[in-house]
Design a protein around this ligand. Sequence first.
Ligand SMILES: [Zn+2]
Length: 196
Amino acid sequence: MLKKLQNEIPAANWITEDTEPSLLEPCADVILPLTPKDEKIMKRMIDWVKASQNKVFNANNILTEAIGIAAPQIGENIKMYYILLPIPNKDETITYYEHALINPKIIGRSKQIAYLKKGEGCLSVTNHPHEGLVPRSYKINVTGYDYLKKKKENLTVRGYEAIVFQHEQDHLEGKLFYHHINKDNPWLNDEKWIMI
Ligand SMILES: [Zn+2]
């Protein structure tokens, strides 16, 4: 059974592709408390990501498995994103890092750079591959109102989790991961950078 916060069944066609100009535009601040329309966007994001990770619902991979989604990716250019990051533990259990942030801001960054070994992917980028290394800050400080916890959060995140946050935060500024890839040498690297 798929537990949902809203009525509709998450579908692949909810996702805005990067061929849409709206994905390259900055998002507007969200007014709190949420309007019913904005709350529905948040619920759709949460339901979509959870459905994509649900092994039963998504057994046939009708949805691309996602760990994060930003509001402009489901058609609303407002500052909200949802992250559900499963990290396996040594004892085969999984710890989930879940954030449903409204008006998030990155307020601090490490000088240390990190990147994902295989590069990044995005739900909205399906038509053409963009291979290459995406340099990000290894550690960031994020602030924002968490829809699920119903309070303002001040987070310090590192490594893979920090990369996911920066990817989603970029969406709120109309940026995509491949905008960070070096055009002349996509796998350009620096020995001081941390590979994840
Ligand atoms: Zn993305």
